[in-house]
Ligand binder design. Structure first.
Ligand code: NZQ
Ligand code: ZN
Length: 380
């Protein structure tokens, strides 16, 4: 087993009506609040009013930044950080999915410094301090609610990149599965795919002798495969929403990494390129890349694929294991080939060029330029 550090300071408030204590929790950090949210789902479903009521109850002074888009961009973060800085906010309250919470994480470390937030992503600057962040999660998928990562796009630099810093763990995250009931069917499925992909990125990382941690991975994937399709048939089922929300949080909060030196993250790096160029939703990008990535690496990591297949599907043949994943992604109506997500728009040369400039998938199982061509072909 590899050495590891387990550290996770986020307090999770999980379950029905946990928002009842949101106001008093915010109040522990101060009264000047920067409220960050997305394109309007929280206004449609009444959550915005509920949050404002909680903030009113503590006499908060509320500044707002709404309009964070899915596949969020750094420009919004800079604009929101300017508002936070100007008004010297005490605390940030992010209400939304991964895009909103990721943006708020970067806003939290950008407020204390007068630099473009992208400097953190280009590694020109390191986060040094952060305004406390509280999150209310409305979509189960990314795990951002209990981890130290944030992902943003910069279309000028042609990069969708990530940062990781212990400073950006949310102080508190409120997870009421009821809030995810309005998430439409397609994004519910992308979330299920995303959480499975997080477990897989950990599993294919560096550190193959973390047997207990491998079992966490198998359990998380089994949970998603058993209850995910049931949820898609019954979108307003609280218990199923709760199971998927819990699984998504556990898939990327450190637990699947104990005993490993690092995760793989190659599939995510390629998925980010599809999102960057074609605005493919994050989870959908992963269901396109994963089958192709596993096929490309089939003969390089046959033992890991066999072990995965044996534990999940009771099969040892790597190709059979890959087909089972592909079938599952199809069953939850996620795309498994590029054209299913982009139509005729997808351009192999363009994807190749951006993969080269981003040095995609060069972390644990390193792909070279020939591999890039092959994986693009496999995705088409
Ligand atoms: O913008 P609004 O109106 O809120 O609508 C959103 C958006 O259109 C909507 N939505 C969210 N909650 C809803 C809802 N609609 C109805 N009811 C609700 N309760 O869903 C759409 C997608 O939201 P988004 O936040 O973009 O989705 P997700 O949570 O999947 O986040 C994706 C982003 O997170 C990054 C991805 O790359 C992507 O940019 N990731 C972050 C990670 C992390 N920080 O650890 C890890 C992941 O691998 C991932 O890379
Ligand atoms: Zn992901």
């Amino acid at each position: 087993m590899e050495n590891f550090i387990a550290y996770n300071p986020t307090t999770l408030h999980f379950g029905r009506d946990v928002l009842r204590t949101l106001g008093q929790t915010v109040n522990r950090y101060g009264k000047k609040v920067l409220l960050v949210y997305g394109k309007g789902s929280i206004k449609k479903n009444g959550l915005y009013d509920e949050v404002l009521k909680q903030l009113e109850s503590i006499g908060a002074e509320v500044y707002e930044y709404g309009g964070i888009r899915s596949n969020p961009v750094v420009q919004d973060v800079d604009a929101a950080a300017a508002i936070g800085r100007e008004n010297m906010v005490d605390v940030i309250l992010a209400v939304g999915g991964g895009s909103v919470i990721d943006s708020a994480k970067v806003i939290s470390v950008a407020i204390p410094v007068e630099i473009p937030a992208w400097d953190f992503f280009s590694r020109r600057a390191m986060p040094r301090s952060a305004v406390p962040l509280i999150a209310v999660l409305t979509l189960a998928a990314t795990g951002t609610e209990m981890n130290q990562f944030a992902v943003l796009s910069n279309h000028e630099a042609e990069v969708k990149g990530s940062i990781g810093s212990p400073l950006i763990f949310p102080k508190h995250s409120f997870l009421d599965p009821q809030l995810t009931i309005p998430v439409p069917r397609n994004y519910t499925a992308y979330g299920i795919a995303d959480l499975i992909a997080h477990a897989l990125e950990a599993y294919f990382g560096k550190g193959e002798d973390a047997t207990l941690t491998d079992r966490f991975v198998f359990s998380i994937i089994r949970e998603a495969m058993e209850y995910g399709p049931a949820l898609l048939d019954d979108l307003s089922n609280y218990e199923l929403r709760a199971k998927i929300m819990f699984a998504a949080t556990m898939a990327l909060n450190g637990m699947t990494m104990y005993g490993r030196a690092s995760g793989e993250w190659g599939v995510h790096s390629i998925g980010h390129i599809l999102s960057l160029i074609y605005d493919v939703p994050h989870g959908a990008s992963l269901t396109i890349v994963y089958p192709a990535w596993m096929r490309l690496l089939r003969d390089r990591i046959p033992h890991r694929l066999a072990q995965l297949g044996e534990n999940l599907f009771n099969v040892r043949d790597p190709e059979e294991t890959i087909s089972r994943f592909e079938d599952f992604f199809r069953r939850i109506e996620c795309p498994v080939r590029l054209k299913e997500a982009t139509g005729d728009q997808a351009n192999p040369e363009e994807i190749f060029r951006v993969m080269v400039s981003n040095k995609a998938a060069t972390y644990v199982h390193k792909l070279d330029h020939d591999d890039y061509r092959k994986i693009i072909e496999l995705m088409m």
